[in-house]
Design a protein around this ligand. Structure first.
Ligand code: 5AD
Ligand code: SF4
Length: 479
């Protein structure tokens, strides 16, 4: 996957072009790290801890790839010499967790002279956060954002050469750097970024401010990456973007997401295709048709609804009504009858009345989701919703949240059970956490099944009979 580093001569001029420039810095960092390891008589270790979504998980794989290339060895967070937090800021509690964890790192850094702390990700794109870190967390070594993770090696070298806190945050970018190292968590499946950023500006959401404007990768670059991954053992890919349904619109030669999927479907050796996240307003008939005809696209669609009240949806700037959403669900179910639908719902958006909330319960009952992520509205400074009148009191939100969760879970366990007694293909992902004589596999519809088996099955697609539904997962038997 990685470019060769053989022709890099550190006495040459530093390349201007990417990714060559970063391969230069990887070599340079390697020298520093080797020297340090020799001094202390052991290898230096790192840990990348990920908060937030799949985009962040993928970014963390890129950070891990660079660190391993530099010569660091992976270790658990409590002993690592270099701790990196890849942060999320979608809700306030994500930020609170990071500050808490940093407080715990401080005494460790005092004791270990080789320790470094790096912070990156969405939270770092908020100027108030960086101000606070500068003022009260002076022991942090490197701070960077979502647009320049590709520069990680360069930032490490800058830090090693300067002995001061390095802060490098970009407001936005149109640059997409291809072909840097990355280290996958699973050998048999992988996330692939197909686009970055978001142009939707839902009124509650901070993502467009921290991830910047929409940029799509060239289809050829995506296909090339998938082909390489397959050669490396991958059978399932998850195409990632904040709003995959608007993929390709800003490319020089525009292409739709549905067309991209058809190209990816043709790749030999690829068995399963997943994608997320879809915005209902952009989900086209073309895409529904492609999903209906596909042999590889998994029978799962994550389609965030956020609220069932058309009035609230309008205030959220979602640009669809409750009725339009329900029509869309009908169309999808007609084209792909056994599809699993999941969603995100926010409770307690400013101005949400009991009637609005009843509309949300109603849409949940009508769609009958396979599962739903339910969130308490979190006020994000800088978003339009943060200054809307009529913020809802905590106790009212909590009561609605509990009622919603109860409804969602009751329906989900009923929906899950409908596959009992069928035989389905699963991709085996791991040895079961609770019983080492069992393995855990994922169905096309994203549900998990545990069945007797051992480690060699990991990464294989096999048929499993679903003997018993346990609410949100299955017990099964290998056929
Ligand atoms: N408060 C609560 N939930 C939010 N989400 C995004 N912004 C907020 C917020 N301010 C939820 C949405 C989105 C998911 C990733 O996070 O439901 O789909
Ligand atoms: Fe969190 Fe959104 Fe950033 Fe993902 S893109 S890490 S959900 S703020």
């Amino acid at each position: 996957m990685n470019m060769t580093n053989q022709n890099i001569n550190l006495s040459n001029e530093i390349p201007d072009k990417e990714p060559e420039r970063q391969y230069y810095y990887i070599e340079k960092a390697k020298e520093y790290i080797q020297k340090k390891s020799q001094e202390i008589g052991r290898p230096l270790t790192f840990c990348v801890t990920t908060f937030g979504c799949q985009m962040n998980a993928r970014d963390s794989e890129k950070l891990r790839g660079i660190l391993l290339e530099i010569g660091y060895i992976e270790a658990s967070e409590d002993i690592a010499d270099f701790v990196i937090y890849n942060t999320c800021t979608v809700r306030e509690n994500a930020n609170t967790r990071v500050y808490g964890r940093l407080g715990q790192l401080k005494p460790r850094k005092k004791k270990n002279p080789n320790m470094m702390i790096g912070l990156c990700g969405c939270m770092m794109q908020e100027p108030e956060v960086v101000e606070k870190l500068k003022k009260s967390y002076g022991f942090i070594d490197i701070i960077f954002g979502t647009h320049n993770i590709f520069k990680f090696a360069e930032l490490i070298v800058t830090r090693l050469e300067s002995q001061r806190m390095i802060i490098d945050i970009w407001k936005d970018t149109d640059q997409i750097v291809e072909d840097l190292p990355n280290e996958r968590k699973y050998f048999f499946k992988s996330g692939i970024n197909i686009m970055f950023g978001c142009n939707n500006f839902c009124s509650y959401c901070i993502v467009p401010y921290v991830r910047g404007r929409e940029r799509s990768r060239e289809p050829q670059a995506i296909i090339r990456e998938i082909e390489r991954l397959i050669a490396d053992g991958v059978v399932e890919v998850m195409l990632l973007g904040q709003n995959v349904n608007s993929y390709g619109k800003n490319l020089e030669q525009p292409i739709t997401f549905a067309q991209l999927l058809q190209e990816i479907e043709k790749i030999d050796g690829l068995e399963r295709i997943r994608f997320m996240t879809s915005h209902p307003k952009d989900l086209s008939d073309e895409l529904i048709e492609v999903m209906g005809n596909s042999k590889k696209i998994c029978k799962h669609l994550h389609l965030p609804v956020q609220s069932g009240s058309t009035r609230i949806l309008q205030k959220m700037n979602r640009r669809y009504t409750k009725e339009q959403y329900l029509e869309l669900v009908d169309k999808i179910r007609k084209a792909v009858p056994d599809i699993s639908l999941t969603t995100d719902i926010i409770v307690g958006f400013p101005g949400e009345t009991e009637e609005d909330f009843q509309e949300t319960l109603d849409i949940v009952r009508k769609v009958r989701y396979d599962s739903a992520f339910t969130f308490i509205y979190s006020k994000r400074t800088g978003t339009p919703a943060a200054v809307m009148e009529d913020q809802i009191p905590e106790d009212v939100i909590k009561d609605r949240f509990d009622r919603l969760l109860n409804e969602v879970q009751t329906i989900a366990s009923e929906v899950c059970a409908v596959h009992e007694g069928t035989t389905q293909q699963v991709l085996v992902e791991s040895v079961s956490e609770h019983d080492s004589s069992m393995v855990t596999g994922r169905l096309s519809n994203n549900l998990l099944v545990h069945f007797a088996g051992s480690e060699e099955l990991i990464g294989q697609l096999i048929d499993v009979h679903l003997t018993e539904c346990k609410g949100f997962y299955y017990l099964g038997e290998k056929i």
